[in-house]
Design a protein around this ligand. Structure first.
Ligand SMILES: Nc1ncnc2c1ncn2[C@@H]1O[C@H](COP(=O)(O)OP(=O)(O)OP(=O)(O)O)[C@@H](O)[C@H]1O
Ligand SMILES: [Mg+2]
Length: 308
């Protein structure tokens, strides 16, 4: 007999509470690197009601810049702050599912089925993760076929929005992990979203391609989602030891003075380790700088109003 979603989620259930976390002082910030005053992002108020989820697409058409790592760890950090979080694996490579220990052999259905079959309900596809308060919808390789399959569908850019609408009232934040392309799936994610978060690797050619991404965002704003806004550009893989990383950060900051996140994510081997472990860094290495960075990023995004 096939496993139900709840049976699978119990397989993955484990506590995330471990040791004391590192303080913000060890997190590399844009302001400290650029010799500016460093803002403090306090712990946000506890939520007494939930719902009206803010939907955030994590997008960059460049591969390997930290989209999936950001989706998992930022989601876990929001959940630690008492927010109800849903992660959508929207990449046929299904790295988010792998990173949360969900095997595509075990799942009964994925985001592909929700997109392609209107009779399916998202409630039947939600899986609990090892993080209390954080659920996910997995992906499968078959998602690669969705772009072709949707070509003749009416309002094909709005399918993911239709899929997510029924659970917006339950969650506080929904994060969509996009694939490294700007095709129809990414347009679906942007059409369903309030916000775009762009992880940008701190390397010389990082800004190449951002103009193209900006173009797509504008097209989506004009055609399918006038409310879409850029939440932030998140510098990732920052290496404190190189002048190069600092120069790239300066250039990102010049290009996006009001949109560059103050929190940066440093390059550390702890992140690849967490993928192998199948859990977020906030539980795998709770006291690491990487965990502190994503916790600070969550508070920063709440303080600028991206999430309640
Ligand atoms: N800050 C970091 N320091 C070191 N390694 C990292 C960091 N962030 C992510 N990684 C590693 O880099 C690789 C790519 O990261 P990730 O999968 O998050 O990128 P992505 O943008 O989602 O890639 P894709 O475009 O293929 O979906 C992974 O092995 C991940 O563990
Ligand atoms: Mg990815």
């Amino acid at each position: 007999m096939a496993k139900s979603a709840s049976e699978i989620s119990r397989l993955n259930a484990k506590s995330t509470i471990k040791s004391v976390s590192k303080s913000d002082s060890e997190v590399v910030t844009t302001s400290s690197v650029l010799n500016r005053p460093t803002p403090i992002f306090p712990e946000p108020p506890h939520l007494t009601t939930h719902g009206d989820a803010q939907i955030i697409s994590v997008v960059n058409q460049k591969g390997g810049v930290g989209k999936t790592t950001t989706t998992i760890n930022l989601g876990a950090a929001f959940a630690e702050l008492g927010r109800r979080v849903l992660l959508i694996d929207f990449d046929p490579q299904h790295s988010l599912s792998v990173g949360l220990n969900v095997s595509t052999r075990e799942i009964e259905g994925s985001i592909y089925d929700l997109m392609m079959d209107e009779s399916t309900k998202i409630d039947d596809f939600l899986l609990k993760t090892s993080v209390p308060g954080m659920d996910m919808v997995p992906a499968h390789e078959n998602l690669a076929g969705a772009e072709g399959g949707l070509v003749s569908v009416i309002a094909r850019e709005k399918i993911l929005k239709r899929v997510l609408d029924p659970v917006r009232d339950f969650y506080d934040v929904i994060l969509i992990d996009c694939q490294p392309s700007l095709g129809l799936l990414t347009v679906n994610a942007l059409t369903a979203s309030n916000w775009v978060l762009v992880p940008l690797e701190c390397e010389y050619f990082a800004l190449r391609g951002v103009a193209l991404l900006d173009d797509i965002i504008k097209k989506v704003q004009v055609n399918t989602n006038p409310d879409l806004k850029l939440l932030g550009i998140l510098p990732t893989m920052f290496d404190r030891k190189t002048v190069h990383s600092r120069e790239v950060l300066e250039r990102i900051s010049e290009a996006f003075p009001s949109k560059i996140c103050d929190t940066t994510i440093a390059r550390t081997v702890r992140f690849p380790e967490t993928t192998v472990a199948g859990e977020p860094i906030t539980s795998y290495a709770s006291s690491s700088v990487g965990a502190a960075s994503y916790r600070r990023l969550a508070r920063e995004l709440i303080s600028i109003g991206g999430v309640r």
